[in-house]
Design a protein around this ligand. Structure first.
Ligand SMILES: Nc1nc2c(ncn2[C@@H]2O[C@H](COP(=O)(O)OP(=O)(O)OP(=O)(O)O)[C@@H](O)[C@H]2O)c(=O)[nH]1
Ligand SMILES: [Mg+2]
Length: 336
């Protein structure tokens, strides 16, 4: 997981000057990291001309403020980084609203001008600048009124989604939701099954919007849902603001959990996926009936054997896709 934060940070075009793992026996309530380590880090910062410290953990607003004060540079945490990536990726009206809501909820408790849209438009790295300059106190009431405004807009979208969902539920076809860690290949698989051309790229959180499409399996019509990817310690603000999007997963008849077969952390990522599904209100029954689809077998030298609960495919080459279709068909027949 050490490389994960590096990957996240590089997705924001931030240059990493140095990185380290610090074992923390007991979290320091005011600065998270203990005094001894902090003094050493402060020295490193001034020697290397660093202007941002990223902690791969979630800080309380006061820990973040105290660290900034002591180190005299901008400090951000894991949630801040993930929300920033979401913000960079958001392209549709709904995802922009959802990300903005998450940002506002995150900032409300901090009252630190972390990264504003204005700065982003100017194209600068939003972190740069001393904390003194950045600590412009935002009026809590202003943020609150923005939150209310966005929530109202999102409610309208939610209403529209509910109507669409109801009409899906009334119609005969069953839906399969593709879920899983970001970059596992969900969209590539969605495209392979439905012959769509949604953007699938080697970027974290490429997909933020839910897409639904249908395809035929013999004479059965099947719905497939592609949606936002997961990550360990996903910021609660994002779960809250992406609620409407995540609800679509819950409405699916079955869940297909897409896993990169080559990932050394596959098992812990499966646990993360299950945890997030539970948090978003998916029933235990649906989670335990989830079908694991191991993707990207084309880059692996190992031989895999598909069974009832583990399907091995390559969304890229199409290998194993027939097995997946057979498995989906089985569910459809069981269901009728
Ligand atoms: N070699 C190989 N690469 C694949 C396969 N499936 C997907 N990829 C690549 O993996 C990267 C991520 O694929 P996506 O389909 O965007 O992954 P995703 O799960 O939708 O990711 P998010 O939208 O971020 O959640 C892309 O560069 C794909 O081309 C596969 O079967 N084999
Ligand atoms: Mg995707």
């Amino acid at each position: 997981m050490y490389n994960e934060i590096q990957n996240l940070v590089q997705n924001l075009s931030i240059e990493i000057v140095s990185r380290e793992i610090i074992k923390i026996k007991k979290k320091n309530s005011s600065t998270f990291i203990g005094k001894g380590n902090l003094i050493r880090i402060k020295n490193d910062i001034s020697n290397n001309n660093v202007n941002l410290l990223i902690i791969n953990n979630n800080l309380t607003p006061s820990q973040q403020r105290n660290l900034e004060k002591f180190l005299n540079i901008k400090v951000t945490d894991r949630s801040g980084i993930i929300i920033e990536i979401f913000s960079k990726r958001a392209s549709t009206k709904e995802s922009k609203l959802q990300v903005e809501l998450a940002e506002l909820i995150y900032r409300k408790s901090r009252l630190v001008r972390a990264w504003t849209h204005l700065e982003r438009q100017r194209g600068g790295t939003t972190f740069i600048g001393g904390p003194g300059e950045l600590q412009i106190e935002l009026d809590k009431r202003l943020i609150q009124s923005k939150i209310v405004n966005i929530k109202r807009k999102l409610n309208k979208v939610k209403g529209r989604r509910e109507i669409q969902r109801k009409s899906r539920l009334n119609s005969k076809f069953k839906t399969f939701a593709l879920v899983g860690y970001t970059n596992a290949g969900k969209t590539k698989l969605f495209n392979r099954l439905t012959r769509k051309r949604e953007s699938s790229q080697n970027k974290l959180f490429e997909t933020l919007d839910t897409k639904i499409s249908k395809f035929f399996l013999d004479d059965h019509q099947v719905g497939v849902i592609d949606t936002v990817g997961f990550i360990n310690n996903i910021p609660t603000q994002l779960i809250e603001s992406f609620h409407a999007t995540l609800e679509e997963i819950n409405s699916a008849t079955y869940i297909l959990n897409v896993i990169d077969v080559n990932d050394l952390n596959a098992q812990s990522k499966i646990q993360t996926t299950k945890k997030i599904l539970r948090e978003t209100g998916v029933s235990d029954e649906k989670i335990s009936n989830m079908i694991n689809v191991y993707n990207k077998i084309d880059v692996s030298k190992s031989k895999y054997k598909t069974n009832q609960n583990r399907i091995f495919v390559s969304a890229l080459t199409g290998e194993g896709i027939d097995n997946l279709k057979e498995r989906i068909k089985k569910e459809l027949i069981n269901f009728h």
